[in-house]
Design a protein. Structure first.
Length: 303
């Protein structure tokens, strides 16, 4: 069954949207990432304009993230204090990102720039995650231990405005979680990603958070940042298709609950390898779409 999307101005199979939402929700629940790095490219692959895909997927991130956070909160695996500091930076990053998004849309290069950003970010992060996972499975010493050994105390430990975070047993500058949140907010509003694929490693390797608290805390930050980004995109850019969002949400909520349950079985290096392969797979597919000449390079559209 097809539905017509009024903002995107196209029809699309409702079953495909529901399955896409369920798959992204599953990834969100099992890995603690928003799943936007999959939603936006997959919507683009289905023919949805880039601007609509970026603006709308925030709604799906909110629903899938909320479903996942509730499950993690029941297991006491959320640090609300760190999430609050990250949100402050996240709101600032979102405002900057929305106006940058508006600018590249104005100059008519939004499709090209978004695709290139995805290829660079996903390719870099996916390669790093895959390399780290393979090294960790071979060597006894983990990447986190290597990072803590090499990082300079002047970069993190000597920053001002230090705060204590009892839940995570940390004493670090508020600029560290705030800066991480700011980067996440920028990515949400410009690329339509929750930023979890950056948040999770940054919270583990830079902040030094216990891994058990990372997934729930990152999802909590993603929820509010995505909500703010969606409101800004709807008001400023008019690029949020509510009907598309509804079916993404329905699938996402179900998928997130299944993912949280599955996370108990898939942990450690195995989980990071799977996530890295997913990220690299999307990166390769985007590269093929961008650089390989299609069989029909010209399409006539009747207005």
């Amino acid at each position: 069954m097809h539905i017509y999307l009024p903002i995107a101005e196209m029809s699309i199979p409702v079953e495909s949207v529901f399955i896409l939402g369920g798959f992204v929700g599953f990834v969100s629940g099992i890995f603690g990432v928003g799943g936007g790095f999959l939603t936006t490219p997959l919507l683009i692959f289905m023919g949805v304009p880039s601007a609509i895909a970026v603006g709308t997927q925030g709604c799906q991130l909110i629903a899938a993230g909320l479903s996942g956070v509730i499950a993690y909160w029941r297991r006491s695996q959320v640090d609300f204090m760190i999430a609050t500091i990250m949100l402050t930076g996240g709101f600032i990053g979102t405002i900057i990102g929305v106006f940058f998004f508006q600018f590249i849309r104005y100059i008519g290069q939004i499709d090209l720039i978004i695709s290139l950003l995805y290829i660079v970010f996903l390719g870099t992060i996916g390669s790093m995650m895959l390399f780290e996972s393979l090294i960790s499975s071979v060597k006894k010493k983990t990447m986190r231990e290597e990072f803590n050994r090499m990082k300079s105390p002047t970069l993190i430990s000597k920053l001002p405005y230090k705060m204590r975070f009892p839940r995570s047993k940390l004493y670090v500058s508020a600029f560290v979680p705030g800066g991480i949140g700011m980067l996440s907010g920028f990515l949400v509003s410009t690329m339509g990603v929750g930023g979890g694929f950056l948040l999770v490693p940054a919270m583990i390797y830079i902040l030094g958070m216990p891994p058990l608290l990372v997934a729930g805390t990152s999802l909590l930050q993603i929820i509010y940042t995505s909500a703010f980004s969606t409101i800004m995109h709807a008001y400023i850019n008019g690029s949020v298709d509510v009907l598309l969002a509804v079916f993404l949400i329905l699938g996402g909520v179900i998928g997130a609950q299944i993912g949280v349950r599955a996370s108990r079985r898939i942990t450690g290096a195995k989980a990071r390898v799977i996530l890295a392969l997913l990220v690299l797979g999307v990166c390769v597919r985007l590269g093929m779409q961008l650089f390989i000449i299609p069989s029909e390079p010209f399409v006539m559209v009747e207005k």
